[in-house]
Design a protein around this ligand. Structure first.
Ligand SMILES: Cc1cc2nc3c(=O)[nH]c(=O)nc-3n(C[C@H](O)[C@H](O)[C@H](O)COP(=O)(O)OP(=O)(O)OC[C@H]3O[C@@H](n4cnc5c(N)ncnc54)[C@H](O)[C@@H]3O)c2cc1C
Length: 563
């Protein structure tokens, strides 16, 4: 299969937009309105702007970027307050939007991960050293480590091929479009047929099995299983032994940094540097971006999206509308219910949103010192993702605790200290850390509000880090705690879902967001999905925005919604 079989005439979207540049005529207030200036809305806007399409982006917050922003959370301390680490952002998008020329610089972490245990052991995953470090804990695991990675890489390569194209869109009936989708499905099947039996078997495991079962089948050591198991429960409010959780591990494996696959890095200046660069590209192509402009309703006339109504009551008309908001919010809050088919609306009401994430930003007077590897000098083990969850059993307990109590008595935390790589974030000598805490209930089981529990749970998170790094609590000079409710309020993420909807097979590929609408189009003519609720799902990838722009440009060329 070609890397991007949807490319028109075999050329990239970048080339395609150049063909169209200047050739399109604006027909309404705007050709396209984009609801939301998250990184996908901005990516979509930039590609459309490059095509000469007249675009307006309306964003409810005062700043652009959605969950990929850098903000001052405590006087003198800035951080990527939500998304905090880069890998999934597609290199083609970085190149085609010329983000580096617009100021984006991404650096690798000095080591990838550090997994300390409470009994003094630890695992450091760093280029060229991980296999040896795994072997030091278990010889058998060390011997299997490379084979495990080859299997993961083969499946990640396949996924990578699918990222920048719409999945086969399963539709009933016979038409030119349904035939085209069948051909696409056949090409996809043929690509799978070419996999070796071993790779196919690994792929099936990664799509259908639980991460726990998959990892137990490979390794005996708890720390190596925790290293990979964490990726399976990131934003995925399930036990690591829930079937399908291995897919989320794979989802976190298709990225790269500066050409190095499955590597994570840091954007200098924080995640906001990515979205600020995107906004600069978009505006340089004529895109208008208006902030503090929440959309109250999508205008629908004769089954077609014709604009938006803002919270202020102002109406903005356009030939088409692209929604960067999650599908549940779009169809249950913004599109009039009467405009939708009952079955479609039922699916959207039942769309699973709620990733069980609690996010903290902390200002530190000094770097932490871990009991498992003491020392305060800026060593390798403090620049990576520090996983405080030393076994799959620990992660499973965290999930069941959260189901019953609302949060885990021993929560799962990934700590990243970006100031070890970037001196623009904290005052000299001080540091900032992201605490990405997993497995809190999106809604508390006792019916209380997260507003009543925020500080109590924030204290628990700090105490949890303290258990691994004695002295940490005393070094915290300021903090920001974002509960699932805050993630919804601040970023507009329904249920605080970091992915705009669970990454489970019933909500992925041709079913994201619904069967028949996996091609970024929707039941309403002129309404498109350009956010993470569309394929390939959440994470700072830029892919839904890129792919939606392609669909919009194709429709524009065919005059599907022009007056
Ligand atoms: C706490 C957290 C940590 C994460 N960590 C990482 C990470 O380290 N790496 C990674 O790759 N991914 C991470 N993610 C996931 C990733 O950030 C998201 O999946 C991704 O940013 C979603 O991008 P998006 O553009 O599709 O949507 P969003 O970023 O959600 O943007 C949607 C935009 O729409 C706006 N909006 C909503 N409603 C309206 C309305 N009515 N009118 C106008 N505008 C509206 C919102 O304000 C927002 O700006 C994290 C997410 C969170 C929340």
């Amino acid at each position: 299969m070609r890397a991007c079989s949807e490319d028109v005439g075999g050329v990239s979207l970048g080339l395609m937009v150049r063909w169209f540049c200047g050739s399109l005529t604006p027909m309404q207030d705007y050709d396209v309105i984009i609801i939301g200036a998250g990184h996908n809305g901005l990516t979509c806007a930039a590609y459309l702007g490059m095509a000469g399409i007249k675009v307006k982006v309306v964003e409810r917050r005062a700043i652009v970027g959605g969950a990929a922003v850098t903000e001052e959370f405590f006087p003198g301390f800035r951080n990527s307050i939500a998304a905090y680490t880069v890998s999934l952002l597609h290199p083609r998008i970085i190149a085609e939007l010329r983000l580096a020329e617009h100021g984006l610089k991404i650096v690798e972490r000095r080591a990838q991960n550090f997994v300390p245990a409470l009994d003094g052991r630890y695992l450091l995953a760093a280029e060229g050293a991980t296999a040896g470090n795994v072997a030091a804990l278990s010889r058998a695991d060390g011997e299997r480590y490379d084979a495990f990675n080859r299997g993961l890489d083969a499946s990640a390569d396949l996924l990578r091929e699918l990222i920048l194209q719409a999945p086969p869109n399963l539709r009933r009936g016979v038409s030119r479009e349904s035939l085209r989708e069948l051909i696409k499905l056949a090409r996809f099947s043929n690509r799978i047929r070419r996999l070796s039996t071993q790779s196919l078997s690994t792929m099936l495991d990664l799509f259908f099995k639980s991460a726990g079962d998959y990892l137990d089948g490979w390794f005996e050591g708890d720390l190596v299983k925790a290293l990979f198991g964490f990726d399976a429960i990131v934003g995925n409010y399930v036990s690591p032994y829930a079937p399908g959780s291995a897919y989320v591990l794979l989802h976190h494996a298709f990225g790269e940094v500066n050409g190095k696959k499955r590597t994570w890095g840091h954007a200098i200046g924080g995640m906001g540097a990515i979205t600020q660069a995107m906004a600069r590209v978009a505006t340089s192509c004529g895109v208008e971006i208006e902030t503090e402009a929440p959309v109250r309703e999508v205008l629908v006339e004769k089954g077609r999206a014709t604009g938006v109504v803002l919270g202020s009551g102002r109406v903005i008309r356009a030939a088409a509308v692209a929604a960067n908001v999650d599908p549940k919010r779009l169809y249950t809050a913004l599109v009039p219910a009467g405009a939708l088919d009952a079955a479609f609306l039922r699916r959207m009401r039942a769309w699973r949103c709620g990733s069980g994430t609690f996010r903290m930003n902390v200002a530190l007077s000094e770097l932490p010192s871990f009991a498992a590897r003491p020392g305060r000098a800026p060593q390798d083990h403090r620049s990576p993702g520090i996983i405080l969850a030393p076994s799959l059993a620990y992660m499973e307990r965290a999930f069941w605790d959260a189901r019953v109590l609302g949060w885990s008595r021993a929560p799962i935390i990934e700590m990243v200290i970006p100031s070890t790589l970037d001196d623009t974030l904290a005052p000299r000598g001080a540091h900032v850390a992201s605490l990405f805490c997993q497995h809190v209930a999106p809604e508390l089981p006792d019916g209380s509000s997260w507003d009543e529990r925020r500080e109590q749970v924030a204290d628990l998170m700090v105490e949890t880090v303290e258990r691994f790094a004695p002295g940490f609590a005393g070094s915290v000079v300021g903090r920001q705690a974002l509960t699932p409710l805050d993630l919804e309020r601040v970023f507009g993420l329904t249920g605080g879902d970091i992915f705009h909807g669970a990454l489970s097979l019933d909500q992925l590929f041709w079913a994201r967001p619904a069967l028949g609408y996996a091609d970024y189009r929707s039941p309403l003519r002129g309404l498109y999905h350009c956010g993470s609720g569309a394929h390939p799902g959440g994470g700072v990838t830029g892919a839904p925005g890129h792919n939606a722009a392609r669909a919009i440009i194709v429709d524009w060329r065919k005059g599907r919604w022009s007056r």
